[in-house]
Design a protein around this ligand. Structure first.
Ligand code: ATP
Ligand code: MG
Length: 429
């Protein structure tokens, strides 16, 4: 196929054989969020570029080199959203729904865009489910977010394969003091740092902490520790969070080098990581951002949230073979009809059954065909039962009811009794 007719590198089709697993994952998360009292919000995919610069920070990887930015016909600079928090904050401010301390517990789902190097678990269009809570500043809500994800891992059957890493970045004051101490220390070892870290030392020094470079890591061993710079408020907040996780029995590891890529975090930061996906091991990440709303022009409004990568979590379900059996079967009943009169009767019968059993997955054969070919299609559809309408059945106003997966002989069911009969033998989702 000519290159212009291919999908853009790093942007994937999700094919029909993959969508059942996606929908199972998305449905599981949506149900959980509903049950915990979170409400969905939907934002545009494109925003003014300025929004992301202001919120994510000019010297982050995302803004420096990963954004899809273009000029529209009016000459405005627009960007395909690389994450959801910025747009979510913009939306709540624009509509005044966090004013006067109103609590909002929100979630969103959708595609995000970052110009990164595509590889397993890292794409240029990828999908996140994200969640943001406004105007709750205690550690209880930070704990709830983590507890909720813990439950999700349990429901998905991947709890044993993920690990929670936790850190506190403190308030912006304590973070400022720590940053100064870190810069002073790293500057004294400037020559031993890798090039990237030397650059970050000037622009975003905390990011040096999560370097992958061995020489820089060696230098970091003697660096000042963030925990020693936490103010009392942040320390108490962090202790409160840990106590709640302990109470529920959620294990975690403290990772003092966890700083996260975005500028706006304060106090709690966390990541759920796995060793099952190779280098792209973070499946869910988030933290508190108490200063962000104000920084974006709003009244002081605390915030905390996270986002999970759907591709990575779907990959995990596949890797760990945690794919529920029922999602692969899409058809309960397949109706075969032979001859024009039978086709007409079959259509009407199918609609009557659907009226009575709206959740039944009933597929009517299309494209006519011989007995053999329709039966083959019925079998291939994965259906549990075939319904058969031929001349004999038409004459007697019955339908042949044939189990396709083993047990039982074919029987005849009167048209009027069909829905009631199906209700007894198909468990409807
Ligand atoms: P990473 O360190 O893997 O680059 P990140 O810190 O940039 O991740 P966040 O901005 O916190 O990621 O996004 C939250 C989650 O979204 C990540 O934990 C990951 O699961 C997913 N994610 C981020 N970038 C990508 C991508 N390019 N492709 C697929 N999933 C991604
Ligand atoms: Mg990244």
């Amino acid at each position: 196929m000519s290159k212009s007719l291919q999908a853009i590198r790093g942007m994937n089709d999700i094919l029909p054989e993959q969508t059942p697993l996606w929908r199972y994952f998305e449905g599981t998360v949506a149900r959980l969020l509903d049950n915990y009292g979170y409400k969905q919000i939907r934002m545009p995919i494109v925003e003014f570029t300025e929004l992301f610069k202001r919120s994510i920070g000019e010297v982050t990887d995302i803004v420096e080199k990963e954004m899809y930015t273009f000029e529209d016909r009016n000459g405005d600079s627009l960007t395909l959203r690389p994450e959801g928090t910025a747009a979510c904050v913009r939306a709540v401010l624009e509509h005044g729904i966090t004013g006067g301390g109103q609590v909002q517990k929100l979630w969103y789902i959708g595609p995000m865009f970052r110009h990164e190097r595509p590889q397993k678990g890292r794409y240029r269009q990828f999908h996140q489910i994200g969640l943001e809570v406004f105007n709750l500043d205690g550690p209880d809500i930070d704990a709830e977010l983590i507890i909720m994800t813990w439950r999700l891992w349990g429901e998905l059957g991947i709890r044993d394969a993920v690990k929670l890493e936790l850190n506190s970045l403190g308030t912006s004051e304590s973070r400022g003091r720590y940053r100064e101490a870190l810069v002073e220390y790293l500057s004294a070892h400037h020559d031993k740092l890798d090039e990237d870290s030397q650059r970050r030392l000037k622009t975003n020094p905390l990011r040096v902490l999560d370097t992958k470079n061995a020489d820089t890591q060696a230098v970091l061993v003697g660096a000042p520790k963030m925990a020693d710079y936490l103010d009392d408020e942040s320390r108490a907040h962090f202790e409160g969070l840990k106590a709640r996780l302990d109470a529920v029995g959620i294990p975690y590891v403290l990772n003092p080098k966890l700083v996260r890529g975005l500028d706006y975090y304060s106090k709690t930061v966390f990541e759920w990581v796995t060793d099952k996906l190779g280098a792209q091991g973070t499946v869910c990440a988030g933290g508190r951002y108490d200063g962000l709303v104000e920084q974006m022009g709003g009244k002081p409004t605390t915030g905390v949230g996270f986002a999970m990568g759907i591709e990575r979590l779907v990959l995990m379900l596949e890797t760990l073979e945690q794919i529920p059996e029922e999602i692969s079967r899409q058809v309960d009943v397949y109706l075969c009809a032979f001859g024009e009169q039978a086709e007409l009767a079959g259509l009407a019968l199918a609609e009557r059954v659907r009226d009575q059993l709206p959740n039944l997955r009933l597929q009517v054969n299309a494209g006519a065909g011989s007995f053999k070919s329709q039966f083959k299609k019925a079998d291939k559809s994965g259906a549990l039962y075939a319904l058969i309408l031929g001349d004999d059945e038409m004459a007697q106003q019955v339908v042949g009811f044939k189990p396709l997966r083993g047990q039982g002989e074919q029987q005849s069911i009167a048209w009027d009794a069909l829905a009631a009969h199906l209700a007894t033998c198909v468990v409807q989702g």
